[in-house]
Design a binder for this molecule. Structure first.
Ligand code: NAP
Length: 235
């Protein structure tokens, strides 16, 4: 079985990935805070093995159990390939760090770092790396590499994940079956961009530039972006 695991499939790019990957695999696992009704229907229509795991990434306890879920699955179904699309993310808090609440700051670290790190470890523990091909696709951002005032937590957590996967690329170099891919999808028309446009009254000097992207119709639909990534990485 080729198993595709996607995080954050309830909106934006993750929703597009779910839709498009459902016809490219035998098993589809969504790990998402919200599961959309259409997703159950869509995957059933395609006759897939469907695993819809509802998880809030701020709840670490609930995330740890996913490694056990994967182990059980491995015991029941032969899986020759796993594609893990690490997509869920939050851009908040926006503004100077003093404008962010404690909850927003903690949420940013949990969703953008703790959850993907635990899920990646779970994946690497659960599968036999000598027989299963594992492709980890981390959805990164240009903000992992450059300073954007008002986005300190987003920049920091995304930069942290870049280093995490850079290190893992070295740690797993003896395992040709395991590959890590970091992709910058570029700006796109998703709820995340709506949140960015809402941040008019906080410290965010590039607010106008980001607002213009929508006004000038420069934000591609996430379906287009997902299709390009799937094509480029041969997912
Ligand atoms: N949009 C852009 O212009 C852009 C540019 C560069 C990179 N990216 C990256 O692309 C990826 C997808 O972004 P997007 O624009 O599609 O974002 P989005 O529209 O905001 O969707 C984010 C997804 O993450 C989920 N999520 C948020 N908090 C969660 C939590 N506590 N637990 C579980 N899931 C949670 C959301 O679930 P809910 O629906 O329940 O909130 C949603 O499914 C992100 O990693 C982002 O950093 C985006």
């Amino acid at each position: 079985m080729k198993l595709v695991i996607i995080t954050g499939t309830s909106a934006g790019l993750g929703q597009s990935f779910f839709r498009q990957m459902s016809s490219r695999c035998d098993g589809l696992m969504s790990i998402s805070r919200r599961i959309l009704p259409e997703q159950k229907v869509l995957a059933k229509e395609n006759g897939k093995e469907l695993f819809l795991l509802q998880r809030d990434f701020t709840d670490v306890e609930n995330l740890s159990s996913i490694e056990e879920d994967l182990r059980q699955l491995v015991g029941h179904v032969p899986i020759h390939e796993v594609v893990f699309i690490n997509n869920a993310g939050v851009v908040t808090p926006l503004g100077k760090i003093t404008e962010g609440t404690t909850d927003e700051i903690v949420e940013s670290v949990h969703v953008n770092m703790v959850a993907p790190i635990l899920l990646t470890r779970g994946l690497l523990n659960a599968f036999d790396l000598s027989t299963t091909r594992i492709k980890v696709v981390h959805i990164s951002t240009g903000a992992a590499l450059r300073v954007i005032e008002g986005w300190s937590m987003y920049c920091a957590t995304k930069a942290g994940m870049k280093m995490f996967y850079d290190v893992l690329t070295h740690e797993y170099k003896e395992f040709p079956n395991v590959t890590f891919h970091q992709v910058n999808p570029g700006v796109m028309d998703t709820p995340m961009q709506e949140k960015i446009r809402e941040a008019k009254n906080v410290h965010f000097p590039q607010w106008e530039r980001y607002s213009r992207l929508k006004e000038e119709d420069q934000l591609p639909h996430p379906d287009e972006v997902a299709a390009r990534i799937i094509d480029e990485l041969v997912l």
